[in-house]
Design a binder for this molecule. Structure first.
Ligand code: ATP
Ligand code: MG
Length: 357
């Protein structure tokens, strides 16, 4: 960073439609930069994609960290091309490396109903649903502690442990309460299962209560994960900030965007709130091999991710303006992409949003 409003961004389009929606995300970012008086220094990377794997036998070069350098944020498209590279290899070899190496311990997704996006929940209007899912992104149920006993026999036993640390739990809870404190409703809902998971989840509940003491202006409650998924569908207007462990958050952060319509519009952040390393912003959708190469993908997920990235970088006005532009364009049937029953292609939709800015 040469001055405080010149942002170094690592741009990684990835696979499939990632390559098609990324230019639209960049188009809108550049337009926002020129309108709001900041600058974006882009460094494009050709790794973390399956083409790179085909040439080099791995998803990223050994010195990927050095090549990325120290950007202010990473702007990511989508990864995966299951015909050539199994998903677990492409994912572990790219995105999950970033999450770990950069300690992106919060996965953040908005659940917001937008105009023009058909809501699968009957009777809901834009404005009714507007909350955040905060998922713990580094520990918990996704640990590699465990193993098999007596494999291949009738006595076979398989064990996988959940590992939660006070450090890891408190920091994601703190993030959730801090986020809620900035919002109008100031409410945190915790996902638990302390009636069935008898050791980790009652402890999680205790940590929530401890953290809540530091935020007297924020109200909180908790739901068991089973009824919480039902509440997402039945009463989504009840939520403001929902915080969850890695596994529960994984489920909720897919369910939330699904409750608000197409997967093509939802963004996400993999965030290092302490800013000891870059955070990464990407659309929720994958590489969508079924529509890749046709130029028809919805670019809104990538563009909304750009808005989240700008918010993180401190450009809140530009971020809000991008969201207003997105809402303007989504409300216009002729400017929407095919997944929203519109006629525009990826580029036309992206240009329309840049122009609406
Ligand atoms: P991942 O494995 O990365 O989670 P996936 O393979 O489960 O992803 P996607 O690649 O996101 O799923 O695709 C799921 C479906 O949604 C596909 O039919 C795809 O065409 C559609 N889809 C995804 N993203 C978009 C988009 N931006 N615009 C239009 N349709 C999309
Ligand atoms: Mg996939």
């Amino acid at each position: 960073m040469t001055n405080s409003r010149n942002y170094a961004i690592s741009v990684i389009p990835g696979d499939g439609i990632g390559k098609e929606v990324m230019p639209e995300g960049i188009r809108v970012l550049e337009r926002a930069a020129s309108l709001y008086g900041f600058s974006i220094d882009q460094k494009w990377q050709d790794f973390a994609c399956c083409d790179y794997y085909a040439k080099h036998g791995q998803m990223m070069p050994d010195d990927w960290k050095a090549q990325i350098g120290k950007p202010d944020a990473i702007f990511f498209g989508a990864v995966g091309w299951p015909d050539t590279v199994p998903d677990h290899i492409s994912l572990w070899g790219s995105l999950l490396q970033f999450r770990r190496e950069y300690d992106q311990y919060v996965n953040l997704r908005p659940v917001r109903l937008m105009p023009g996006v058909p809501c699968p929940l009957v009777g809901r209007e834009p404005g009714d649903i507007d909350f955040w899912v905060v998922r713990e992104n580094t520990e918990g149920e996704y640990s590699s502690v465990g193993g098999k006993m007596f494999p291949g026999t009738d006595r076979e036993i398989v064990i996988q442990e959940t590992v939660m640390t006070r450090h890891g739990t408190d920091r994601v809870l703190r993030y959730a309460f801090e986020l809620a404190a900035t919002r109008d409703r100031k409410h945190v809902t915790s996902a638990t299962k302390s009636n069935g998971i008898a050791i980790t989840m009652p402890w999680w509940d205790e940590r929530v209560e401890e953290m809540a003491k530091h935020y007297p202006s924020v109200t909180h409650d908790k739901y068991h994960i089973d009824i919480l998924t039902a509440q997402f569908v039945l009463n989504p207007d009840r939520f403001d900030v929902v915080v969850a462990s890695n596994l529960f958050g994984d489920i909720l952060s897919d369910l939330g965007p699904a409750c608000t319509g197409t997967i093509g519009v939802a963004p996400s952040g993999n965030i290092n709130p302490d800013r000891t390393a870059p955070s990464l912003f990407e659309p929720v959708h994958g590489s969508a091999p079924d529509i890749a190469g046709k130029g028809v993908a919805n670019p809104v997920g990538q563009i909304w991710s750009a808005a989240m990235m700008l918010e993180h970088l401190g450009e809140a006005d530009a971020a809000a303006a991008i969201m207003r532009a997105v809402e303007t364009v989504l409300a216009e049937p002729g400017l929407r992409t095919g997944d929203l029953k519109g006629k525009a292609n990826t580029e036309q939709c992206g240009r329309a949003i840049a122009d609406a800015l």
